[in-house]
Ligand binder design. Structure first.
Ligand SMILES: C[S@@+](CC[C@H](N)C(=O)[O-])C[C@H]1O[C@@H](n2cnc3c(N)ncnc32)[C@H](O)[C@@H]1O
Length: 447
């Protein structure tokens, strides 16, 4: 073996042994689900760290089928190959600019980033990388002018006040062009270079795919962010051949996402609004090439045309009272719907509801309150409730208030609600709106 070959191999081995660095963006409040999904997908080959609204992760270079695995992630919005990640203590304007120049002019970081991008795009395994001359594939070179790029700067906190976005983007564009020999193309670039500078972190990355992963190819109309739908579905713990109901399905975003992930189950969607059901039907037709089994029913979630204990789990994005109005007051509506859900749900089944923080507090309160009433009235010995503490709400809501929102005989209403236990609550962001995912469990009746 000649000396030059040895040198080349050593360099190639260094690349093969290194870990590939990525980061992804996801909705606020969903980071723990992103970490969980990454660990499920890549098991011991991944290391994950969530900070400054992003999830940073490194993957062993030996991972097979990397591109498809990354593209199949459901909880993330976008994935980036990481070029720079630098944490710093407070810097003034001059310090921020010096840091940007230093990091974006560093050929070694670019080379590592481009090697990762190359490997992912080519879907190569670690062994295949060894066989190719990976050293030369992505060597930054001034003559490589056919590669085009655009810089997209985002500054937050102190940096936002100190740096002019347009001017700095332009400066960084010139610097990258000089360093890598690439040409700027603001309209249709091959690479979009994302620079994010916050009070203590500089991150630079290139998106793996130009569209967000949350834009599912199999859903035509999306009314709910698909990562949120996917997280709700994960919380149901769907098993083979389960029957899943969405009693206020809208255009069926949640059911299609669920049917795409768990094909062996059956899905039922109900909505009172025919125009929503029409969209749902179109959506199902569009997704049918992915063999989804979803039935639609025109009906009222307060009077569901299904038998008692006939569904395994219930999932729904309930009206918050903003875009979708309900007759009467929202609290009475929620109690009526909850009672029907209780009736059609099998014991041991789960209800996952997306609602507003205020209505989530109400649900926590009525489930806990009815549990207390149950103990007082000794209706059922199996009452349990481990829901988050909402004592202040409880104090402000009297037993008469609960009677008021229960249309049915109050004893029967309390008895049924005591069999529903709030397990978890997750706060999430729905664009500008705050939402809560509530996970409720129907207890087995030991009475
Ligand atoms: C927040 S939207 C659901 C959005 C849905 N996740 C989607 O992807 O389109 C609430 C839905 O509840 C439906 N709805 C409201 N009251 C209802 C009721 N009493 N029975 C059935 N559906 C109802 C509305 O028509 C609306 O489609």
């Amino acid at each position: 073996m000649t000396t030059s070959t040895n040198k080349g191999l050593m360099k190639a081995t260094a690349i093969v042994n290194s870990r590939m660095e990525f980061y992804c963006t996801a909705g606020r409040g969903t980071q723990s689900f992103v970490s969980m999904e990454l660990k499920e997908t890549f098991s011991e080959n991944v290391q994950v760290k969530s900070t400054d609204g992003k999830t940073y992760f490194t993957i062993q270079n030996t991972e097979n089928d990397l591109y498809n695995k990354l593209m199949s992630l459901k909880s993330v919005e976008r994935i980036f190959v990481q070029c720079v990640l630098e944490n710093f203590d407070k810097l003034d304007r001059r310090g921020l600019l010096t840091l940007l120049h230093k990091k974006l002019g560093d050929v070694v970081s670019w080379k590592k980033c481009m090697d990762t991008l190359y490997k992912v795009e080519q879907n190569l395994t670690g062994d295949e990388v060894k066989q190719t001359d990976s050293d030369t594939e992505y060597e930054p070179a001034r003559k490589r002018t056919k590669w085009t790029f655009r810089v997209n700067c985002r500054f937050s906190g102190f940096a936002k006040k100190q740096l002019d976005n347009k001017k700095t983007s332009k400066q960084m564009g010139v610097l990258i062009s000089k360093t890598l020999g690439w040409r700027t193309d603001l309209k249709n670039p091959r690479y979009e270079i994302n620079i994010h500078l916050s009070d203590d972190t500089l991150s630079v990355g290139i998106p793996l795919y130009n569209k967000p992963l949350s834009e599912r190819t199999y859903i035509k109309y999306c009314r709910l962010r698909t990562p949120i739908a996917w997280i709700m579905i994960k919380l149901l713990h769907i098993q083979y051949s389960d029957v899943i109901l969405d009693p206020m399905c809208g255009c069926a975003t949640i059911l299609i996402e669920a049917a795409h992930c768990f094909k062996r189950s059956s899905y039922i969607g109900i909505d009172k609004d025919m125009s929503q059901l029409k969209l749902a039907s179109e959506n199902i037709d569009f997704a049918s090439q992915h063999s989804v089994d979803i039935s639609l029913i025109h009906g009222d979630a307060r009077n569901i045309s299904l038998l008692d204990n006939s569904v395994n789990h219930i999932i729904t994005d309930a009206p918050f009272g903003q875009n979708h109005k309900v007759p009467g007051d929202l609290q009475s509506f929620y109690v009526d719907v909850l009672m029907e859900m209780y009736r059609v749900l099998q014991p041991g089944g789960r209800i996952v509801i997306l609602t507003s923080p205020k209505l989530c507090e109400f649900l926590k309160t009525i489930l806990k309150l009815s549990s207390e009433l149950c103990h007082e009235g000794d209706i059922n010995n199996s009452c349990r409730n481990d829901a988050d503490n909402s004592d202040s709400q409880l104090k402000s809501m009297s037993h008469n208030d609960l009677d008021h929102v229960c249309d049915n005989s109050s004893v029967a209403c309390h008895k049924q609600l005591t069999m529903l236990e709030m397990l978890y609550v997750y706060n999430v962001k729905l664009g500008e709106t705050d939402g809560c995912i509530c996970v409720i469990h129907k207890l087995y009746n030991h009475g």
